[in-house]
Design a protein around this ligand. Structure first.
Ligand code: C2E
Ligand code: CA
Ligand code: CA
Length: 529
């Protein structure tokens, strides 16, 4: 069945297989790439979070350090001496001792630093102008050189006549960090403190207002604090190992996902490649045509009817005969949509011919399943009404096997006949019908199977059976149509036995609608025999 697939179907199969193969390849690599990507992204996020946390802690630390220094300065305003006397210095020393994070306290007079908690400054050092105004009288002075010791430039916070010195390292001396560079800068990019090496590009970027970022080498985060920017920088190459993707975890998971996907792809493509699917597609695409085999009145040679026979038109123009797809259609349930399609085609193609010739009828093959359910009847009724055809011009052919269940069959035949159709039993003699069973059925005609016509004139013993069948039909008073009439001898013998109608290659094969019309026009009158 469906052995001869045409090129378009082969193309369809090739497309499905190619598509499935492509999907399978994708299914085997995408999960790996996807998982790897997800883990990379997670690692990247974790790294960013790590850097952001440090930036926040640094900002907090800067804020706290400045607050402490401010508190110390507020307290210094309460010192009652202004004379750089030992008592004055002692009070300044007290302020410094009580405050965390300040290294020195200094006293200014007339714009000059005159003494610190450790002693007088002589000569006095002129005060620098403020680098940054923190509001409420506080100002920041960067790059103050240590006066009493050598060392890194310091930062000074000033209020009124007093200033406190902060070693910049205090802003960044967090506990427990290893591979991070922490820093503090002004919003203009002046770096006040940096704990390690840092990419100047990254520092530029973060100071220009970017609060998060990453480039090939560095990841950074910045947090604003008191008009300054606290930041953390990480060298990704150094930190990379800590967040490396764990292949031992990824591999089995991605292999499992791939196998599941490939299984699904194979399952779906096998469904798509199945003969059922091919046939279903064909029914949906209406790839079927109907041909009409003339039925001849033996006494006159007139054409009085035709049997509608379906063919599956292949895209290369070949016609696939029904034996090659009807069994599959019946087994898969596609026979019902196919019946509907045949009904539609016949009533459309034959409507004018039937309307113009009231004594012409067309036989349609109805499968047992549809006959039993009667499902096709409303479909047929609608099609016949739409085409303006008299129901009596539609004959229904049902095989004997359709009548295995006698009560249902009787009911079905009665319903069809009540609607005006005629009913013929097909392939008569090949099934199990006994005369007694047929007697109860309200049939109109019998079609004698071709196998009984074949033996006429060849096999004397089996010709007896044919005679018997013919006699049986006469007894039931049913019209008879002999199928498969191929020779004039068979025709003569059938005429002799009073068989009224014949169908076979002696007269014509099944013809396309137009050719049948022409055949009918030429054979609808008496034909000399
Ligand atoms: P069937 O209903 O017995 O149809 C008669 C078959 O005998 C047709 O074969 C016809 O072409 C063939 N035939 C007619 N005269 C001769 C002859 O002189 N010599 C030979 N050797 N063969 C002849 P086809 O068209 O291949 O149909 C085969 C079967 O397919 C049909 O048998 C019928 O059972 C089924 N079928 C055809 N069309 C339909 C349809 O529309 N619906 C359903 N359900 N079944 C159909
Ligand atoms: Ca038939
Ligand atoms: Ca038949």
């Amino acid at each position: 069945m469906l052995a001869q697939l045409d090129w378009r179907d082969r193309m369809r199969r090739r497309t499905i297989i190619g598509f499935a193969a492509t999907l399978a390849v994708l299914a085997s690599v995408l999960p790996l790439i996807g998982l790897w990507g997800i883990l990379q992204r997670q690692a990247e996020n974790a790294k960013q979070q790590y850097v952001a946390d440090y930036a926040s802690w640094t900002a907090e630390r800067v804020g706290r350090t400045l607050d402490n220094a401010k508190r110390a300065l507020v307290r210094a305003q309460t010192i009652d001496r202004m004379d750089c006397s030992p008592e004055h210095m002692k009070q300044m020393g007290q302020v410094a001792a009580d405050a965390h994070s300040i290294d020195d306290v200094g006293y200014f007079r007339d714009g000059e630093l005159v003494c610190t908690r450790l002693g007088k400054i002589s000569p006095p050092v002129p005060a620098h102008a403020a680098d940054m105004d923190l509001g409420q009288g506080f100002s920041l002075h960067f790059a103050e050189r240590p006066i009493l010791f050598e060392g890194k430039p310091r930062i000074e916070l000033r209020l009124g006549d007093y200033g406190v010195i902060i070693t910049p390292g205090r802003f960044t001396d967090l506990v427990g960090y290893t591979d991070m560079t922490l820093g503090l800068a002004t919003a203009q990019g002046h770096v006040l403190e940096l704990t390690g090496p840092a990419d100047p590009q990254a520092i530029k970027a973060l100071i220009s207002g970017q609060h998060f970022g990453t480039d090939a080498r560095y990841g950074f985060a910045a947090r604003p604090v008191a008009g300054l920017v606290a930041f953390a920088l990480i060298d990704k190459e150094q930190a990379g190992n800590a967040v490396a993707v764990d292949w031992r975890y990824i591999m089995p998971v991605s292999v499992a996902i791939s196998l599941a996907l490939i299984g699904i792809i194979i399952w779906i493509s096998r469904l798509q490649l199945s003969p059922e699917k091919t046939l279903e597609q064909a029914v949906r695409n209406r790839e079927f045509i109907v041909q009409y085999q003339p039925i001849i009145e033996l006494a006159t040679g007139r054409c009085i009817a035709a049997e509608a026979l379906v063919r599956w038109r292949q895209k290369d123009g070949r016609m696939l005969p029904p034996d090659q797809f009807i069994p599959l259609a019946e087994a898969s349930g596609l026979i019902s949509p196919l019946t509907d399609l045949v009904i539609e085609i016949v009533t459309t193609e034959m409507s004018s011919l039937l309307r113009g010739n009231a004594d012409l009828h067309i036989s349609i093959n109805i499968p047992a399943r549809d006959m039993e359910s009667g499902r096709f009847l409303p479909v047929l009724a609608a099609a016949v009404a739409k085409a303006g055809i008299d129901p009596s011009q539609i004959w229904i052919e049902v095989t004997e096997s359709g009548f295995m269940n006698a009560p249902t069959a009787t009911q079905a035949v009665e319903t069809a006949r009540a609607a005006g159709y005629r009913v013929a039993i097909d392939d008569f003699g090949t099934g199990y019908s006994s005369l007694s069973r047929l007697e109860g059925l309200p049939l109109d005609a019998l079609k004698i199977d071709k196998s009984f016509v074949d033996v006429i004139g060849h096999d004397a013993a089996r010709s007896v059976v044919t005679s018997h069948i013919i006699a049986m039909a006469h007894e039931l008073k049913l019209a008879m149509i002999a199928e498969g009439v191929e020779t004039p001898e068979q025709e003569a013998s059938l005429k002799n036995a009073n068989v009224q109608f014949g169908q076979g290659w002696l007269y014509a094969k099944a013809l396309p609608a137009e050719q049948f019309q022409m055949f009918y026009q030429s054979r609808s009158g008496n034909v000399p025999t």
